[in-house]
Design a protein around this ligand. Structure first.
Ligand code: 5RP
Length: 261
């Protein structure tokens, strides 16, 4: 690990490092997408190379697939794996019930399919992603390109009847062109500010023709691991109803050792 990381990168790194403790040889592991998940993939790659960890990784995006192969993880498709022991991914927001908004990186469709096909989903994050109520982060909605403007209109009409504070939507861009997901779709970002009933909103949005999947992850995540810039880590387990605290210490050479607090 480079020793000159920013506090936020240190936070992401220690969360990722802690999550590797849940990965055992022989497991099929879903690999998330984004900057936090990229630390996880690097940490797993190190364990594969240096400590003989044997895993099959199912990536949730072409970006993650490339990184996983680069670091030496044996990559297979979800169709080959069929069911996974564990998925580890980042998030854009999480609340006290461990419900999430994901898709800031435009990969929430594959991420949701992979996480749902796993015995357990662990989210790794820094403390900035914790919210009282979901919705400050724009909710990503993957839509098919055919008729996307009509779909956008229907989504906006639907939002008028929902328990949300904002109702505007925008097409995600990549420079001058619409963003295109790994599945060849576009993303609408829904600026809702506050989502009063995430479960209901998720169900209603997915009923609109042209909508493929929204970025709300309801009752999918089991554990949130929060890393802090000073090396502290909190493991929040919704099933056990407990928070376990530990700490990694950064050494001068950039290496880590861990301690229980
Ligand atoms: C990608 C995602 C990411 O997990 C989410 O955007 C968080 O990314 P980062 O770890 O870079 O903050 O949902 O679709």
């Amino acid at each position: 690990m480079p020793s000159d990381l920013s506090p936020i990168d240190k936070a992401k790194f220690v969360a990722a490092k802690k999550a590797t403790e849940y990965v055992k040889s022989g497991m099929k592991v879903g690999l998330g997408t984004g900057s936090t998940a990229a630390w996880l993939v690097q940490c797993l790659g190190e364990l594969v190379r240096d400590e003989g960890l044997r895993i099959k990784g199912v990536p949730t995006s072409s970006r993650t697939a490339m990184l996983a192969r680069d670091v030496g993880i044996d990559v297979i498709s979800l169709d080959e794996a069929k069911w996974l022991d564990l998925t580890i991914d980042g998030t854009d927001e999480y609340d006290r019930n461990l419900n999430l908004i994901k898709g800031g990186g435009g990969a929430h469709l594959q991420e949701k399919i992979v996480a749902t096909a796993s015995d357990q989903m662990i989210v790794i994050t820094d403390p900035t992603k914790k919210v009282e109520t979901l919705g400050a982060f724009p909710l990503p909605l993957e839509v098919i390109p055919f008729g996307w403007q009509t779909t956008k209109m229907l989504v906006e009409e639907t939002l008028i009847g929902m328990d949300v504070l904002g109702q505007t939507t925008s097409l995600r861009m990549n420079g001058d062109a619409p963003f295109v997901s790994d599945e060849g779709n576009h993303i609408l970002d829904l600026h809702l500010n506050r989502i009063g009933n995430p479960r209901q909103l998720s169900l209603v949005l997915n009923q609109i023709p042209g909508v493929v999947e929204n970025g709300l992850f309801i009752d999918i995540c089991d554990i949130v691991i929060v890393g802090f810039g000073d090396g502290r880590v909190e493991v929040n387990n919704i099933n056990k109803g407990e928070v376990e605290k530990s700490r990694f210490d950064f050494l001068d050479d950039g290496n880590l050792f861990s301690d229980d607090i």
